[in-house]
Design a protein around this ligand. Sequence first.
Ligand SMILES: Cc1cc2nc3c(=O)[nH]c(=O)nc-3n(C[C@H](O)[C@H](O)[C@H](O)COP(=O)(O)OP(=O)(O)OC[C@H]3O[C@@H](n4cnc5c(N)ncnc54)[C@H](O)[C@@H]3O)c2cc1C
Length: 462
Amino acid sequence: MSYLEELKQALAADRVTTNSAVLDQHSRDESYHTPARPDAVVFPLSSEEVSRVMKIAGKHEIPIVPFGLGTSLEGHVIPYAGGITMDFSLMDKVLEIKPEDFLVRVEPGVTRSKLNQELKKHGLFFSVDPGADATLGGMAATNASGTTSVRYGVMRDQVRDLEVVLANGEIIHTGNLAVKSSSGYNLNGLFVGSEGTLGAFTELTLQVYGIPEMTIAGRADFSSIDEAVSAVVAIQSAGIQVARIELVDAASIAQVNAYSHTDYPEVPTLFLEFHGNEAGLMQDVDFARDILSDNGCSNFKFEKDSLARAQLWDARHNLAYAAMRANPGKKMMVTDVCLPISQLAGGIHAAQEALRAEGLEGGILGHVGDGNYHALLMIDVENPEEMAKAEAFNRAIVEYALSKGGSCTGEHGVGIGKAKYQQLEHGNAYSVMQALKKTLDPQNLLNPGKLFYETGNSAAMQ
Ligand SMILES: Cc1cc2nc3c(=O)[nH]c(=O)nc-3n(C[C@H](O)[C@H](O)[C@H](O)COP(=O)(O)OP(=O)(O)OC[C@H]3O[C@@H](n4cnc5c(N)ncnc54)[C@H](O)[C@@H]3O)c2cc1C
């Protein structure tokens, strides 16, 4: 029997497809990386079905790529080796909310906005908020973060337990429900960020938080990026608990205005948010205002009203879509490096210099409270010269970040785009990662060619 026939027996026939429109939908992510189709897409409903798919793939030596919503930015879900794409969109139930433990148990296809709708009924929220409305399975697999990680941490900090189906079909749990544990290796830490290369997540138990009594958001305008970055460092050093602190450069603010019909001054801007109770919050905000003005802030505008706050953060979150709208026909390259906070200003300077050196235009923005910034370039992938310049720019900022003790990716992950920097970043530890991969996926069937640089990866994959 062919592997497709076996899959149709193991799942329902209508949840195994080779329909070309569906294959196309699963051939790309949201980035500039070259698309490639899978041979089939399956839509499992349970961990048992995922286990059956793994066993069939192992028997026939067919690659498998787990797929959440395909919003990742480094080619993570593009099946360059063909095979099966395993789409988790039908596993989208919030299984259990435990308000007294501040925990929630979900299937991997639940999106962050759907989870927050459910949690709101209990006065709770889930903190991690990447710019796209991604799935929790995909977010765990990329160790995603977002605007609030400066206060609440990244995806890895929220995961208490994962149910994982391994390449051999075995189903394991990587953690437990306890707040802390010194028991054994930290498998949550290993599987979060594994990008579908070690197993498929079929259930996640995640930490959630009480909705703060009060939230204040604000926008602070500066005449230079340097001033804005020094204000971030000063706020962090003063120990003020910001919940969000985001940098958006002047060029990106212009795109936000055009897309979101706002009229923000087109200057380097910090978007901030504070969470807490009224008394503490007013103190924090006053202190922050003093620090901001000491660092050159010309105008600081607060929003307490929930609609005004939502508009502010929608404008920030829609930035990438604003750039796409302004550049029809081009593809998005969002670089993503992370530096120690003391090196952030130097990193942003180096990025601006590298843009100038390559003659490229790009917006600079980021979760600067974490030392994480992005340069957003819209590029013509059909133009080899432009592609080469964009790649040279990417390499320059990665090498700068690594030379300062940073990372080649703060949150978007490795996929294929950053695979070539793994050896450089991790040194001898890279071979430990390769050994782990070999132990858990000896046939190299789980998302092959991702995370690890494989000789033979084609130029299209870089
Ligand atoms: C406009 C825009 C803004 C963004 N902003 C941010 C941001 O602020 N911060 C950030 O971190 N990212 C950001 N991203 C990137 C993206 O949203 C994240 O990488 C997100 O975590 C991907 O989730 P997804 O559900 O789309 O996963 P996919 O793209 O479908 O998959 C991502 C990876 O996870 C694996 N995977 C998916 N589901 C599973 C599963 N159940 N088990 C095991 N592996 C699985 C896949 O194989 C793949 O390697 C942004 C993207 C866009 C388009």
